[in-house]
Design a protein around this ligand. Sequence first.
Ligand code: Q9C
Ligand code: ZN
Length: 688
Amino acid sequence: MSVENMDVEELYVVVDSNKPNLNERTNRTLKRPGLDSQTTTNGIEKYHPQPFKESRTGFVYDIRMRYHGNLHEGEYHPEDPSRISGIAKILETYNCTERLVKIPAREATKEEVCLVHSVKHWNEVDKTAGMKFEQLVETGDQYNSVYLNNDSAFCARLACGGVIELCKAVMQGTVTNGFANVRPPGHHAEPEEAMGFCLFNNVAVTAKCLREYHHVNKILILDWDIHHGNGTQKAFYNDPNVVYCSIHRYENGEFYPGSEQANYTYFGSGEAKGKTINIPWPRAGMYDSDYIYAFDKVVMPIADEFSPDIVIVSAGFDAAEGDPIGENHVSPIAFGHMTHRLKSIANGRLVLALEGGYNIDSISRSALACVKVLLGEAPDRLPPIKPSKDCMETVHNVLRVQSRYWKSLAPEHVEIAEGMRKLKYYCGRKGCDQDMGAVIKERTLGKIAIDMTEMLKAYRVRYLYETFRMVPAPISNDHLKKFNQITCSQNLFTSNIIFIFVHETNRTWQVSIISEIDSSLRFIDTITKQDCAIIDIDFSPSNPGDSQSRHELNELLLYVWDNMILHTAARHVFLLGAGIGCASLTNLITEREPMILDRVGGVIMVPSEIEVPKVGRGTNLIDWYYEHSCIFVPGDHPYWDKKQKSKVFGRCKLPVGNIGAAPVSEILDQCHQEIFRYVYTILAGEEL
Ligand code: Q9C
Ligand code: ZN
């Protein structure tokens, strides 16, 4: 039963009664008997015009929360009382205050606070009210980034109780949504510990209260403060009913609070796997597009699927443009958009609770934008979303880990480049061989008179199709399109194992067309017979060996990784390179390090007479490469003359029975068995 099934009169009764009201459960009892399922005589449900639904926005602000302040005279601390008065002032200036329903704050009780925190912690905070200056300083210094005065404990109780009261009001339907303008903040406060300007974890305590005392089943906590909410993560790490999702600056664990637990590799434990979602930015300087992208790709699908009863936002504004600590560039408009998107969850039951944010002007304008959206205004228009590379990489990492736990993130649901979608469609369709055959014939016939390289490539594409039903992969990047050389097997999206095979045509065909084709085809034959997928990259550089060609191939490989591999579900990727293609593989490994280490099972190369390529810096990467590579270097290769054999070149070995110089194709042929033995060894060591 929903609001649209009530008539206007009933709706007014509900609103006027000022009782728990507009939510589905309570409406049911208010319904007149006999109206429950109105159907017309032909069985079609009768259309009911939707009545106006009143939305009300609650607001918590108690000036006494300004009492908590830095005792050191004249010494500035960013977590300043003016933060909340600044926000209150701008809301007043823009006539929002009069439209808000004031929800009085009250002190949270010991019982409530101790749903998250230990009694010991409660007592420690409690004691500070009666301490002398030196004791306060000393106690504050015992924690990590905390200051105290005699009012701190009181303010912390008030902040916590304020968030509780607002959420209660939302659950009871007194208001639809709301903003808690509170301090001190809470999300760093751990069960046993004050930390990061936080004494009690306002949002975590509230969530536990809602579940414990107010029959709320599922809660989503979204934390957009620039910092990871370590306290909140801890409080719910194995609670399957509370999803904690945080977008934060991580910097490889360097940024405050400086723990690896803020990484995307931490996703909850036990029954709660997937219920912690970390979106860790690798650097400062993220923009609106990055946040909106993360929202659209991760936060919103999960929020929809989880379908919580209420959404609580740890709404720090230290990711805002102008914040001295966060150094990100999120605009008030983007904060408005994130708020707007969250209103679509949990029947609009949404509470924003202030956390960090240290530029008074920035946090005031950001909070204003959020409150306006809560009040029902539309957010301003944003320019088109252009996420940064670092953002996309982060989001891909999160998706890869989280798609195990969320159906809505599974690869087949993740939006992919247009061409890939078509390919996927094509690969999944029965009886589509004929039109593909026609496309390929057309393409190859037209090429014959052009030049030898093109002809050979075209012939190969056709052969791959006719023999292995491999299809040309679409490339949406115009610049890379002209090479027209990626072919893949149709099990690309279903296979757990994918080989990326990079090799070149044009220098070897001069030696022997047939043998080149034969050796690469033998590979493909073995791979497809094992039901593994393959992406074949037949690279024929316009000018072999020049830097332009190398650059093009590097780009092509990154394209294949970002736009193809990342959209597959395969857990084992093998990189196979022959000749000039080898260097583009080490480039790929260097450029996509974290993802590569996770998904690539092994790297196999036959560089032939080209220089043995090396991976980039980083002990992690170098050690991994050495452990996961098998580089066949002929006996007469200058590599063997080097005094110092560095791990950056991978694990080099002589091809079996190899004496010296031979074309790539021949070495490839010689190593065939050994290469697959190597692959089997790796796969045997891992569960499939
Ligand atoms: N080197 C919130 O935004 N920075 N807290 C300490 C020590 C602490 C931020 C730096 C930042 C805490 C709620
Ligand atoms: Zn913060």
